[in-house]
Structures are given as structure tokens and as C-alpha cells.
Write a protein that binds this ligand. Structure first.
Ligand code: 8X3
Length: 250
């Protein structure tokens, strides 16, 4: 039977690559993001492979999340797979110098936004006694590094959500997968460094970083695992990365 996946942050990076990988695997897609034009473009690209629809909203806006997901027509409501991918890092500062607007942006998307979307989707999964939630954490959720305290804390929260959701939802036949990537070259560092391209490029200099497609591969593996198998927790690093801040550069 065809499955339906809802992916947040689908307009770029890991979310977009996951949508492309799912489409090749025949999974119908609800593409969510803030930028309708980008969602439409991706929707057009994938439409020859699978059914697609898109919802434009900001995960930080609770009402917008609730309204968008409630607006899904009946044929899109039975969501099998939720990929909680939306999120980002804003700023790179020691805690005494951090900007509270950056903190709000990170906690709002990575923490509360993930909860709002989950809250809108999980009850249907419980009703149907099946579902699979994939939460995008980070190596930053497992190791805290200097200047990244709030980002790392937001991803540590995702680690806890993955464990807690698995505990609460196992009785309903719902699988939970936690994916923790290391350095992936996407728009991530451009957002973190607020458009400073030279600084963003430096993060990925002198080694082969992960690509969004590498992470999408693992997500696809997790959702295609046999019914009796849960891929619970995957940490994915570039071959040249040993820990959050240890990268072997040539
Ligand atoms: C992104 C990975 O190492 O830049 O989540 O924090 S890292």
C-alpha cells in the first residue's frame, strides 16, 4: 500500500533530499515549509513520481501549524511517516553574548515547533495504531560545544523527545527514529553565520562533509526497515569527523 509522509523543512537541505528519496521509493508526500514558491517547485519536480501536496507555514506558529494540518483533505489525512526536519542554528556566540532573538528562533523551531507538528499528527497515528516518526537531531544533541550552547540544548531536547515518544507511543505501534548528523553541507552554516559566506565555507573546508542526500539515505533506510525492526538512533558523521568539533582537515 502506498504510504504518505509529511516532511517539515522540505524546501531545502535534508528535508528536500528526503522528499526526493521518498518519491523515488514511491512514498506520497506532504511537503511543508515556509516558502510556498520553493515547495511548489519541488512538488512539480516530484509529481511525475508520486502524489504530492504542499502546506506553507512556520512551525513556530502554533495556530498556523494546527490550521495547516487540519486543512488536509481526507485522502491526505492518514499520515504514515512524519519527518520532523525543520530547524536550524542561529548565531554562534558564548552564552553571555548570545542574542535572545536567536535563542527564540532556535527553541521555537527545533523544540516547540517540533512539538506543535507532532501534536497535530500523532493522534491520527494513535487512532490508526501505526506510524513512524523520524526526528532530526544532531551530533550537537549528544555533545555540547562552545558557542553552540542553545543550539546544542535544542538538539539535546530532540534526543529526549525521540526517547520519550518511543516510550509513550510503543503501545500504539508507532516507531520513532532519531537521526543525528554531523557536518552536512547545506544552508545550515549560512543561516548560523547570518549570510557570512566565507565563514560558512570554512566549516566545510579541507574535508568531504556529508551531503543532504547522505542523511536522506539513512532516513529512507529507517522507514523501509521491516515491520518488526525499529532503527532507533543513528549518528552519521563524515569520514573525516570524529566528534562534534574534531574534524581532520587536509
Ligand atoms: C549540525 C551539526 O556539528 O554543526 O547539527 O552542530 S554541527
Amino acid at each position: 500500500m502506498t504510504r504518505i509522509a509529511l516532511i517539515t523543512g522540505a524546501s531545502s537541505g535534508i528535508g528536500k533530499a528526503t522528499a526526493q528519496a521518498f518519491a523515488k521509493s514511491g512514498i506520497d508526500l506532504i511537503l511543508c515549509g515556509r516558502r510556498q514558491d520553493r515547495l511548489q517547485e519541488l512538488s512539480n519536480e516530484l509529481a511525475p513520481l508520486v502524489k504530492t501536496t504542499s502546506l506553507a507555514f512556520d512551525v513556530r506558529d502554533r495556530k498556523a501549524v494546527e490550521d495547516a494540518i487540519a486543512s488536509l483533505p481526507k485522502e491526505w489525512q492518514a499520515i504514515d511517516i512524519l519527518v520532523n526536519n525543520a530547524g536550524n542554528a542561529h548565531g554562534f556566540d558564548p552564552i553571555d553574548k548570545g542574542n535572545p532573538d536567536d535563542w527564540d528562533a532556535m527553541i521555537g523551531s527545533n523544540v516547540t515547533g517540533l512539538l506543535y507538528v507532532s501534536k497535530a499528527v500523532i493522534p491520527g497515528m494513535v487512532e490508526r495504531s501505526k506510524g513512524h516518526i523520524v526526528n532530526l537531531s544532531s551530533i550537537a544533541g549528544k555533545e555540547t560545544y562552545a558557542n553552540g550552547t542553545v543550539y546544542c540544548a535544542s538538539k539535546a531536547a530532540v534526543e529526549a523527545f525521540s526517547q520519550g515518544m518511543r516510550l509513550d507511543l510503543i503501545q500504539h505501534g508507532i516507531k520513532v527514529t532519531n537521526i543525528a548528523p554531523g557536518a552536512v553541507e547545506t544552508e545550515f552554516s549560512m543561516v548560523r553565520f547570518k549570510g557570512d559566506e566565507a565563514r560558512a565555507d570554512k566549516v566545510y573546508a579541507g574535508f568531504d562533509p556529508l551531503t543532504a542526500e547522505d542523511i536522506a539515505d539513512s532516513i529512507l533506510y529507517a522507514v523501509n526497515a521491516p515491520a518488526h525492526v525499529t532503527i532507533a538512533d543513528v549518528t552519521i558523521l563524515a569520514a573525516a569527523q570524529a566528534a562534534a568539533t574534531t574534524v581532520y582537515r587536509k
